[in-house]
Design a protein around this ligand. Sequence first.
Ligand code: HPA
Ligand code: ZN
Length: 335
Amino acid sequence: MTKTDFIAALPKAELHLHIEGSLEPELLVELADRNNVTLPYASVDDVRAAYQFGNLQDFLDIYYQGMSVLLTQQDFYDLTMAYMVRSAADNVKHVEIFFDPQGHTSRGVSFDAVITGISAALSDGGKTYGISSRLILSFLRHLSQDDAFATLTRAEPYLDKLVGVGLDSSELGHPPAKFERVFARAGEMGLKLCAHAGEEGPPDYVRQALDILKIDRLDHGNRAMEDTQLVDRLIDMNMTLTVCPLSNLMLAVIPSMTASPVKTMLERGLAVTINSDDPAYFGGYMNANFNAVAAALDLSFEQLATLAGNGFRGSFLPESEIVAHLAAIDGIVRP
Ligand code: HPA
Ligand code: ZN
């Protein structure tokens, strides 16, 4: 079996995916037409040509502009269903996805339309394709902690639809400590805690995410590798890192795919996982991300199976379901 066939055959879990970042140019243009939103692009090709980023902020500017076509519950349903179709094609069996409600409520879209549309597609798509799912409300870190609190309050009637909270958007200048109180409150509400840290921010931001936000899962975490003691701590606490290889390359977090930290993380014993982040913007879904690192780092079949297993081990699924998925991976490794 080739590595590509092996990757395709592995059951996978995606733990780091921004649903708004799965908005493909074709659907972007379709929704712009449907909703009479004017875009600064003449064609789908024009949209794709604009996707060149020197850093995270370059990307975020285009990502927020893309979101402007999402207005109705049906739009959020269609967006999410398209992602479920892509996940099924990549043999992804479980997804834990972020959404950015502040990117929508700030434009006058109701919180209800956003969460109801996304949740309905996760449920319908899950049944059709045999994919389990969880939803994570992500706070925009360039906004204030008060704004995050207001968003958490809006989410209270929908707590049964949420597994956790996250922290995304512009990292530099917006350290985890800024959100200490709202994360404490989310934890009291029984929500799991995730935060992007160490994508562009320094290792100290990862420490703050651990010590001040008390996260259950670390999104990206690349720059933790600069601090040996921090790496030892992440290993000791068995912290899952959701690394996003194509995102890292496209946002110049790494200069080339051969510089991806994934192999070193595996060799050090970190619980690293592979994810697609914003696949419509970064050029590929789960299998493309696995294939990119497998080729550039010459990962072994065993390392690929470990990465897939880490996805389920690091998920917020009940233990019995994790065990079943790991057994299915074993069935691929030792048929
Ligand atoms: N980093 C920070 N914020 C984001 C990202 C990311 O990779 N994708 C969408 N929002
Ligand atoms: Zn992300």
